[in-house]
Design a protein around this ligand. Structure first.
Ligand code: PSV
Ligand code: MN
Length: 393
């Protein structure tokens, strides 16, 4: 399909996809890391890589940062200036209350009030950092949880979480939104304090009117109907945004749409339907949270962005009137086929033409490969690495 509808393209034009700083660095599994010569080491490298993805896609003007991993010595000002120098902005601020040794038994729900205080202070510092870099999104993920039955008083911990989130929410400027992320397990293996979307929704309600839920697509137990969760949260006014990735088993952090593109299509359709019902955009944060251990990082990010665009375009192609009609008639086959028809439509030529009309390369991945960026980055970064990961650029 070469001619995509103008309204569809206008919606795609408003689809900004935020890239994660940590997705450009060397990452691995608990069994180790395979280093890549071209993987980013510094904040500047990560911004350069994000700028390269933005150069070829035109869709990624923001970089999400993790406070402990990314904030330079010069603080907020240095952070914003480094982003602006590359035509980017700092996106969501991700506090880190999960790595320090003191957090072995939790952060804001720790038994020790002094540790709880330090964790909350870090969150408050992150609010200030966000305000200083003009980021209006505070993304909260907690590793807090327990490994064994009996280890913690889950309700006491719930109350601690509630009061911490409320305190942080109250310190946010009016323009800032708090996104509360959930995850059923890992690193805790018996219970996690914010285990699912329902708990995240309850915590967001307790925190205040600027708190919403963040749906990381990999953070569900097997079989969860994620599009139902998305539709439900949107209707409650509690859907804040996404961490996109794909999975086969659990939180695998694979490239979006690589395992089950029909699932991501259905999730995006839930957004399209909610926006149609509302008569306008939901104002969501579309963020990527992936860990590319085997693929070259920038190529995987470009694949992600183009896949999300393709699947969003397909979701926008669903004939919602015909779908409503089939539902009214209780014609299950016709209803399902409205989804299958749209999903089966090949939108790649249409998107290439759309990109070219906007002065972008029709094929972002080829443009990146032809530009020689990866070879230059490998050359520059190889010498700064402890050991080379081999031939991958
Ligand atoms: C946790 O698994 C998570 O999804 C959170 O969003 C973190 O910020 C991110 O991964 C990186 O550790
Ligand atoms: Mn996440």
């Amino acid at each position: 399909m070469t001619d995509l509808p103008a309204a569809l393209l206008a919606r795609l034009e408003r689809l900004e996809i935020e890239l994660p700083s940590w997705g450009f660095a060397d990452t691995g599994t608990r069994f180790g890391k395979f280093l890549q010569d071209a993987a980013a080491l510094s904040l500047e490298d990560k911004l350069d890589d994000a700028a390269e993805v933005h150069r070829v896609t035109g869709a990624c003007p923001k970089l999400a940062v993790h406070v402990l991993w990314d904030v330079p010595e010069g603080g907020a000002r240095a952070l914003s200036e480094a982003a602006a120098a590359r035509g980017l902005r700092i996106g969501s601020i991700n506090p880190n209350v999960f790595e320090d040794q003191q957090y072995r038994f939790g952060s804001v729900v720790n038994e020790d009030p002094a540790i709880r205080r330090r964790a909350i202070d870090h969150l408050l510092d992150s609010v200030r950092l966000g305000a200083a870099v003009e980021s209006d999104v505070l993304t909260l993920w907690f590793a807090d949880g327990t490994n064994y039955p009996g280890q913690g008083d889950v309700i006491e911990r719930k109350h601690r979480m509630q009061s911490a989130l409320r305190e942080v929410h109250d310190a946010m400027p009016a323009s800032m939104r708090m996104l509360v992320e959930y995850k059923p397990f890992e690193p805790a293996f018996y219970h996690t304090d914010i285990a699912d979307w329902g708990m995240a929704a309850a915590f967001a309600r307790h925190a205040g009117s600027n708190a919403r839920v963040l749906v990381d697509t990999g953070h569900h137990l097997p079989g969860q109907n994620i599009e139902h969760v998305v539709a439900f949260l949107a209707d409650e006014g509690l859907l804040g945004g996404f961490h996109f990735n794909d999975f086969h088993y659990a939180d695998d952090d694979l490239t979006s749409g690589s395992i089950d593109p029909y699932r991501l299509f259905r999730i995006l359709l839930a957004i399209v339907e909610a926006e149609a019902r509302r008569g306008g955009d939901l104002g969501l944060e579309f963020m990527v949270d992936q860990s590319h251990n085997l693929k070259p990082k920038i190529e995987a990010m470009i694949q992600t962005v183009t896949t999300v665009q393709e699947l969003f375009a397909k979701a926008l192609l669903v004939d919602l009137d015909a779908l409503a009609d089939a539902r009214r008639r209780c014609n299950v086959v016709d209803a399902e086929n409205r989804l299958r028809d749209a999903f089966a439509t090949d939108v790649r030529d249409g998107l290439a033409a759309w990109r070219q009309a906007r002065g972008l390369p029709g094929d972002p991945l080829t443009a990146h490969r032809d530009g020689g960026y990866a070879a230059r980055a490998s050359e520059d970064r190889r010498g700064r690495k402890p050991a080379s990961g081999g031939s991958y650029a």
